[in-house]
Ligand binder design. Structure first.
Ligand SMILES: *Cc1c(COP(=O)(O)O)cnc(C)c1O
Length: 357
């Protein structure tokens, strides 16, 4: 076995996808499975194909090309607002895109016309998270602009919350989105096919507040891959949790004082680590680091292990409280559950070997 490694539970991901698709379709909501979290890995993607997923969204053209080359025939939505420089190439692989700039719409229009196809556009509205999207007041202008362009179809509007400022999708911002769509429909004199919400954090308000009659498309990644909802700090009941597990090897095992020695850089702040003086502690250093994982998103499987921090190639843990720590030896392996951010980095790291289960 080569470490660090990632155990990936394909069947459990498939089960989650089947379950979510069924639950949403019973409420009239179309699932767009967000697959940006695993770097285009075709073995992980097979879970979605086996689950009968027919609409996916990714943020990278490389991944999108991969899925097409593997014969995926379903809908592909460009998830991140595209770069103008990639639209010429992107247009032939996708069916639609999220959008927030008129310049981007113009470029799609030109390219789609050339290819004799129509690209669906969903205008993103910023409802407070302050990542992508037009402000509500600017929505009609962009909509009119797209309506006039050939080769593009204004399919609907959407929003994304929770990703930059960490704003929670709630009744208020969801109803605002619904209102904006209705106002825009009145303004344009026609119905829009899609009201697209996302992401995993939206599942809660959508089902609790019965908004599914209005919001008819949900873009979801985390719930399928990890069965978790980090924004609402919960695990989804009935779903398989933490379907990616990191295994890393212990390269140093020593008792050391937890208090550092010497003059600390940056005005005594050091590297911003939380360094509590707990006296002598048993510490394990593992051979995995910042270039492979987000250490703050690692959850040790065994109780009593604390992740203290990481550098590029080292993960520093305190194992003093771990049961059976006395039997641990250099070369032993510890296992970690991981959040989305750690999973994403592990999947894009060239140094992590993958073990598909
Ligand atoms: C990543 C992303 C999603 C999916 O988010 P999850 O929290 O993984 O469900 C949905 N919409 C947009 C625009 C995204 O960037």
């Amino acid at each position: 076995m080569k470490y660090p490694s990632l155990d990936i539970y394909i069947d459990k991901i498939r089960e989650n996808a089947v379950r979510l698709q069924k639950e949403l379709s019973e409420q009239g909501v179309k699932l767009t499975a967000v697959v940006k979290g695993f770097a285009g890995d075709l073995k992980v993607f097979s879970a979605y194909q086996q689950a009968g997923i027919v609409s996916i969204a990714d943020s990278r053209i490389e991944n999108i090309k991969h899925f097409r080359a593997a014969g995926y025939p379903g809908e592909i939505i460009m998830l991140r607002i595209p770069m103008p420089s990639e639209i010429a190439e992107l247009t032939s692989y996708i069916d639609g895109s999220l959008i927030s700039e008129s310049r981007t719409a113009e470029l799609f229009s030109l390219q789609a016309e050339k290819l004799g196809k129509v690209i669906d556009l969903i205008i993103m509205v910023d409802l407070g998270d302050r990542r992508e999207g037009v402000l509500a007041a600017d929505l009609p202008a962009l909509a009119y602009k797209i309506e006039k362009l050939p080769g593009v179809n204004l399919k609907g509007i959407g929003t994304n919350l929770g990703c930059f400022a960490g704003i929670i999708p709630d009744l208020e911002n969801s109803q605002q989105l619904i209102r904006l769509k209705k106002d825009l429909e009145r303004e344009l004199g026609r119905d829009l096919a899609i009201l697209s919400a996302g992401n995993t954090a939206t599942i809660k308000v959508l089902t609790e507040a019965q908004l599914t009659g209005e919001i008819n498309n949900l873009r979801v990644g985390e719930a399928i891959l990890l069965g978790s909802d980090i924004i609402n700090q919960r695990l989804l009941t009935g779903y398989n949790h933490y379907n990616f597990r990191l295994k890393a090897e212990i390269i140093e095992l020593k008792e050391k004082p937890s208090r550092p020695e010497g003059e600390m850089a940056f005005g005594g702040q050091g590297r911003d680590q939380h360094l509590e003086d707990k006296g002598w502690r048993k510490r394990a250093i593992l051979a995995v680091g910042k270039q492979d994982i987000d250490y703050q998103g690692l959850y040790p499987e065994a109780a009593g292990i604390e992740v203290l921090g990481a550098s590029s190639d080292h993960l520093i843990t305190d194992i003093t409280e771990m049961e059976g720590q006395k039997e641990l030896r250099v070369g032993d392996v510890l296992t970690f559950k991981m959040n989305y951010s750690a999973m994403l980095r592990a999947m894009t790291s060239a140094y992590i070997s993958k073990n598909y289960l």
